[in-house]
Design a protein around this ligand. Structure first.
Ligand code: KIV
Ligand code: ZN
Length: 501
């Protein structure tokens, strides 16, 4: 077997997606799921960025048993020291150093010569080596760098102990053949390259992050950087699920290459990341989108019934997609509810189970058929990691074609009700304005998305929204059979994040 190492950077580069910020509890929850998924290396954060990120890396390092925790650092003393300190609780930590090698970065970002950059990298390698043995070095903007300089840089850092050398397509500029030839050239021109693993880190600005990563693998890379659902800076990173399933599905191309990913955990991981980052997965997203395994045309449906291989290249069960069958109704008992949640991967405490079951009963009263997706949203709402400062007690709206919309909202803060009344452009806007009056926050609504979790007039509505406060984005989500209530819950979720900050 030829192992392809999966380096997940959902918690670092993924978190750089605008508005996707995660707190340390959320990072830990995702890291533990990534470990269950079988990810080899988990980049948990950039400790110098904030005390919260430092603690997130530290907490993840303490809890991981199999996956290697990794922290990012520039080639700057403070970054390296903090990365080393944050990783202290880990059994096998990795420091990930990065330094740009392209002319444009050297000239405008650093105003330094190649020799000066080389020497900064060497000093950083020496310092990082004092904290751990496992050091990965990235030549930032590699795909726009002079190859000869990359070769010199890689030779120098490998000499000083870099065990992995990562080749980033930082701007998502590369093309599959180019990535292939770059990796091959590195293999052919860096004299000590056999002492390190070559890695690919590709961004999706031209929609080629996955293709470029896979070409890198064919060229000789044995580690791939990726993120769940492909989230990340700008257009995002190579998506983990696509890279892994391409390698698994196209055995004719990838031969005996294997990742250590338990693909049955892909769907659950994708949903968790989407939920905690509030990044909606597009319906047509490969592998994890709602329609990824849906067959609409009659011709396709007919052929699939005769032999599913006619139109299906992967079995949805391989990636953990459940059949989304009709499962529970208002007469279902607590036992059936708990059993179904276990199948869906939710182990709740007794307290969480009681509260989720109560909510299930209320929703099942309004909605006759409860599907797996309904249950997921309902339960995920119940198990938000922190006790929120604000919660919804009650609301009332009044609107129509010939009347000014108005809303009254009652929130609870530490158990005490506070209420406000407001008008607005519509009932949802009026509710949001009433909430603004109660909490005293001036936020601008940047994004608002409503989707039906399943089909039918009584489907659960799920709202994802983004609020901007002083140029910082805060996301929130909420679900209910009443879309105004879903929107109000999402708004309160975002407000709680603002308050936490
Ligand atoms: O895109 C990039 O170059 C990065 C580096 C920090 C590896 O994210
Ligand atoms: Zn990146």
């Amino acid at each position: 077997m030829d192992k392809i190492i999966i380096f997940d950077t959902t918690l670092r580069d993924g978190e750089q997606a605008p508005g996707a910020s995660l707190n340390k509890q959320q990072k830990l929850e995702i890291a533990l799921q990534l470990e269950k998924l079988g990810v080899d290396v988990i980049e948990a954060g950039f400790p110098v960025a904030s005390p919260d990120d430092f603690q997130a890396v530290s907490q993840v390092s303490r809890k991981l048993k199999k996956s290697i925790p990794c922290a990012l650092a520039r080639c700057i003393k403070k970054d390296i020291v903090l990365a080393g300190e944050a990783l202290k609780p880990a059994k096998s930590p990795r420091i990930h150093l990065f330094l740009a090698t392209s002319k444009i970065h050297l000239q405008y970002k650093f105003r330094k010569t190649e020799e000066e950059i080389l020497s900064i990298a060497q000093d950083a390698m020496r310092l990082a080596g004092k904290y751990c043995e496992d050091i990965e070095f990235s030549t930032e903007d590699a795909t726009r760098s002079e190859r000869d300089f990359i070769f010199r840089m890689l030779e120098a850092v490998i000499k000083l102990g870099a065990k992995t050398v990562n080749i980033p397509d930082t701007t998502g500029y590369s093309y599959p053949q180019e990535m292939y030839s770059l990796i091959r050239d590195i293999k052919d021109n860096v004299p000590n390259i056999n002492k390190a693993v070559i890695s690919a880190h590709c961004h999706d600005d031209l929609g080629m992050a996955v293709a470029n990563s896979l070409s890198g693998v064919l060229g000789g890379a044995r580690q791939v950087h990726c993120t769940v659902n492909g989230i990340g800076e700008r257009a995002g990173n190579a998506s983990l699920e696509e890279v892994v399933m391409a390698i698994k599905t196209r055995r004719d191309i990838f031969g005996d290459m294997r990742t250590g990913i338990n693909t049955k955990e892909i769907f659950r991981t994708s949903r968790l990341v989407s939920k905690l980052t509030n990044y909606i997965i597009p319906s047509n997203k490969a592998i994890v989108g709602k329609n990824a395994f849906a067959h609409e045309s009659g011709i396709h449906q007919d052929a699939i019934l005769k032999n599913r291989l006619t139109y299906e290249i992967m079995d949805p069960r391989e990636v953990g997609v459940s059949s989304n069958q009709l499962i529970l109704g208002k007469h279902s008992g607590r036992h059936a509810f708990k059993e179904r949640l276990l199948v869906l991967g939710f182990k709740l405490s007794d307290k969480q189970l009681n509260s989720a079951f109560e909510r299930f009963k209320t929703v099942a009263d309004k909605k006759k058929e409860m599907f797996d997706d309904d249950l997921r949203y309902l339960v995920e709402d119940e198990i938000k990691p922190q006790k929120p400062l604000w919660s919804l007690k009650d609301f009332y709206t009044h609107s129509g074609t010939s009347t000014t919309p108005e809303a009254k909202v009652v929130l609870l803060k530490k158990g005490k009700p506070q209420e406000a009344v407001s008008g607005g452009d519509g009932p949802i806007d009026a509710c949001f304005k009433a909430i603004d009056k109660i909490v005293g926050i001036k936020a601008r609504l940047e994004d608002f998305r409503l989707e039906a979790v399943t089909s039918g007039k009584d489907a659960l509505g799920h709202v994802n929204l983004k609020l901007m406060v002083k140029n910082v984005a805060y996301s929130g989500s909420g679900s209910s059979t009443d879309i105004i209530e879903a929107a109000v819950k999402a708004y309160i979720d975002a407000v709680n994040k603002i308050e936490n900050k």
